[in-house]
Design a protein around this ligand. Sequence first.
Ligand SMILES: Cc1ncc(COP(=O)(O)O)c(C=O)c1O
Length: 383
Amino acid sequence: MFDPDRLITKRARSIDASGIRRVFDLAAKVQNPVNLSIGQPDFPVPDTVKNAAVRAIETDRNSYTVTQGIPELRERINREFDARFKHGGRWAEYGTLVTSGVSGALVLALMATVDPGDEVLVPDPYFVMYKHLTRLAGGVPKFIDTYPEFRVTAELVEPHITDRTKVLLISSPSNPTGVVMDAATWRELVDLCERRNILLVSDEIYDVFCYNAEQTPVGPRCPSPATYSDHVLVLRGYSKTYAMTGWRMGYAVGPKAIVEQMTKLQQYTFVCAPSMVQHAGLAAMELDMSEAVASYKTKRDMVLAKLTGEFEIAEPHGAFYAFPKVPTGETGQKWVERAIARDLLIIPGNVFSERDTHFRISYATDDATLEKGLDILLDLAKG
Ligand SMILES: Cc1ncc(COP(=O)(O)O)c(C=O)c1O
């Protein structure tokens, strides 16, 4: 008799998706939702990028590529990396790997660095995958509570370091809070990671969506720890910047020995990033996305103008999220259930956190929907 229960691993069972499933189940019943839950841009893939993918398919660029990514794309990535970071003798040597999304890069990075029982530092709130991928790798996530300001400082991190600590995982701008790490804080953190031989994985998937950006040789960007240290694994993506979430491509640049291990693991798992998307990515990297970024900054301002005063909210300077505190003392789950009853879709804080006191809104939507959603939140805050 077929008995799937005997076959399923503890590893798979250790992932509890019940919180988000409950929200999705409730949300599925809403006919015309006011949707502030979506973690992707609301603009289409730019035409030049679409055309580059079509051209790649039509000219038979449909085979496996080399595992590390097509040379033209890796050269383009390296050029950008060199222009921004290769100065003062840093980054004399590094590795570059084109991956199947930043998700793919995260899987490979953790598989390459985390042995069973090793510890991974995860500032809380965190991007959902960090906790689960750490466990899949056999590692132990060590959460660092960063409420209420969501700033990840060396002072907060240091007491959590043990002999088993291998990795510190940070997204800046952050999903779910939108908070951006400043240069001084990065400098202290990279010093700490270098001193204690910990790999800092810097998830920079939203780095173009930065509303108090640094001017860099490659355009306005959020501060990066790679400016100060070559012990950092930088992960960047195409999903958010060019709205290519379904196309599955990103890249990792960092210490050569680690990227080499990730490349070997990719060879036996993902094989390569989709070939036509690699060609499209090359076209994408020539685009100026500043108009889209400016439009999201206006939406961010709209969120702050409406919610400040009524909600406790850490000012988001990047990405397209805000993470306010539930003002009524209810749990995030309860609050979100009440929101969904009013047709508003948002995500409870416990999806991203060991706490359940906040909720995430995404403002990557049209202004009318955003305004409607914010008005419902103000109404719900009355109790
Ligand atoms: C912080 C962060 N990292 C990584 C990812 C995964 O992105 P990708 O589509 O490149 O796999 C996301 C997607 O939501 C994200 O928010």
